[in-house]
Design a protein around this ligand. Sequence first.
Ligand code: TRP
Length: 386
Amino acid sequence: MISNKAVKCLANEEMVVTPWEVRGKIDYERLIREFGTQPLTDELMERMKKDFGELHPQLRRRLFFSHRDLNVILDRFENGQRFVLYTGRGPSGPVHIGHLVPWIFTKYLQEKTGARLYFQMTDDEKFLIEDEMTLEETTKWGYDNALDLIALGFKPEKTSIIFDVRDIFSLYDIAVKVAKRITYSTARAVFGFKDSTNLGWVFWPAIQAVPCFIHAKLTQENVPALIPAAIDQDPYWRITRDIAQKLGYCKPAQIHCRFVPGLGKGGKMSASEPETCIFTIDTPEEVKNKIWNAFTGGKPTIKEQRNTGGNPYLCTIFQYFLYLFEEDDKKISELDENCRTGKVICGDCKTILTERVNRFLKEHQKKREKAKEEIQNFSLKAGEKK
Ligand code: TRP
């Protein structure tokens, strides 16, 4: 168990990973050790392959790399017992394609297991932690961002979207029960609260715990939640797992992914640096400009690159093929090889990626428009009736 707000590693570049801040060079093995999670072993991969019929590319390529109690969830699945899925989003601006990565994975899990998904839109959280944002803005972004989720093809019969401020009536009883069990000193140690932290923020982690238990409350079916999320959210689950059984609920399980890199050098895709991320509402022209300005593993001159090759593992463009835009493993290894040997150069990859991203976004934007008519079918109340 880490005793501090952040895992800090003073190597060349400081690594900081908290639910609100991710920067520096990320050492994932160190995160597993210091957060106290488990690595996704080959054995678990084999089990998932058997259970789900196929491994999603994000599993095969180890984008998901760590977990807590995934084996418990697989035991249940293999015994025909149910569980639910839970993930979420802090809506402080438009969705970028990095955000879609765990959502696409969640959809795969839902399709393979039939589990109901609870998706939490934390307009309250973003209002509390972002100095500059009004509640009206974060709430508006919440509805906007939900369109991206729906556009991915989640089915309303199996998916409830929780908008915190709107739905607080359904959340509050569990939230106070959670909050009473967590001392300020634990919360401060886990999240690094300071004297200047506002009171709303201090209470807020209780709200992120609620969807782990909401299915049990609404349906009387006491089943665990499996949470696919980037590993920076883990501190929330650590405190939730500690108190779950005291409240009569199952401990939530997690499967953690890496951060999807931005198009700039290092770090995760960050909406605060708009030129480094591709938003789902970008025009084809914007996409093209961003990709053409991306940081790659290329060499200063084409001649040098033809002679000595590039480095795909430094390259943000390659990462996009790996994580989202090339499902065929054979093609990935060819690309890797061709880059290293200078057969393929950055301009080639940028052309192909631009074309694929724009093809994807064209469809996505259409579905996003359609989602405006469907959004009311995803409410928690609509879910209760089903
Ligand atoms: N706190 C998350 C964020 O800022 C949003 C969130 C709420 C979430 N519940 C979640 C993310 C569950 C992943 C899983 O983005």
